[in-house]
Design a protein around this ligand. Structure first.
Ligand code: DC
Length: 235
């Protein structure tokens, strides 16, 4: 079964996008790209440099010029990739609660989106790519061959994120995780530029009652069905 050339996966936080994307991109030669990491890296750099998050022009400048490198994992500590900003490994810093709290505001700035969308399109257009984010099917790669939109109940997603944080030793109360996620959902869905929503031709999957394996199987079935349809039409 051939994997589609360009796969776009969108959806809210903790809907299962990263795990699905990473598994789909397993065949040799396929690249997994988590675009959220880029918005997080810009946010992290602003916090580190003391740039006020409300300073839209400064944040846009940062997104345009940031020395950002996303490479295969350099350490076997559960990471899916290594992210470097100015040569410094910031992979886990990008998941800190203060980045979580500010990243939706940063990603709502049109200038930031323009700069990062340009970087993402350059990667996506090369093909053999599974790209994960909020606006991949709608804005970054509208020409994707397969578009999947994952969703799940807010409480379920907050619980997944809470467990991830606990596993990494971050002691944040569940209610705080839930509240941050509620706010991020509202900002991601309500922003003017590239709001979070399914592309008209996306397949929408609700993962509330599914585990990782269940989601993966459903998508493999979908790809197989599409292959059959295409060969039927072609034959
Ligand atoms: O997927 P994530 O939680 O790492 O994303 C971090 C933030 O970046 C999230 O608030 C939404 C934003 N984002 C975006 O606006 N567009 C994307 N393509 C990816 C992420």
């Amino acid at each position: 079964m051939g994997l589609p050339w360009r796969i776009a996966i969108d959806g809210p936080a903790a809907s299962g996008k990263s795990t699905l994307g990473q598994r789909l991109a397993a065949p040799p030669g396929y690249l997994y790209v988590d675009t959220g990491v880029m918005y997080r890296a810009v946010t992290w750099a602003a916090l580190r440099r003391g740039v006020p998050i409300a300073d839209e022009a400064a944040l846009t400048g940062l997104a345009e010029t940031l020395d950002l490198d996303i490479a295969p994992p350099t350490v076997q500590d559960g990471r899916l990739y290594t992210v470097r900003v100015d040569g410094e490994d910031v992979t886990w810093d990008l998941r800190r609660p203060e980045v979580d709290a500010a990243v939706s505001q940063v990603s709502a700035y049109p200038g930031v989106r323009r700069a990062l969308t340009r970087r993402q399109r350059q990667i996506g257009l090369r093909g053999r790519v599974v790209m994960v984010g909020r606006d991949i099917g709608t804005v970054v790669l509208p020409e994707a061959d397969l578009k999947i939109y994952l969703d799940a109940r807010l409480e379920t997603r907050a619980w997944r994120r809470y467990q991830e944080l606990q596993a990494r030793g971050a002691d944040v109360p569940f209610e705080a995780v839930l509240e941050t996620m509620r706010q991020r959902d509202a900002l991601d869905q309500g922003r003017e530029v590239a709001p979070l929503r399914p592309a008209p031709d996306a397949v929408v999957l609700d993962t509330t009652a599914l585990d990782i394996e269940g989601v993966f199987q459903k998508v493999l079935d979908l790809i197989a069905a599409r292959c059959r349809e295409t060969s039927h039409v072609a034959g």
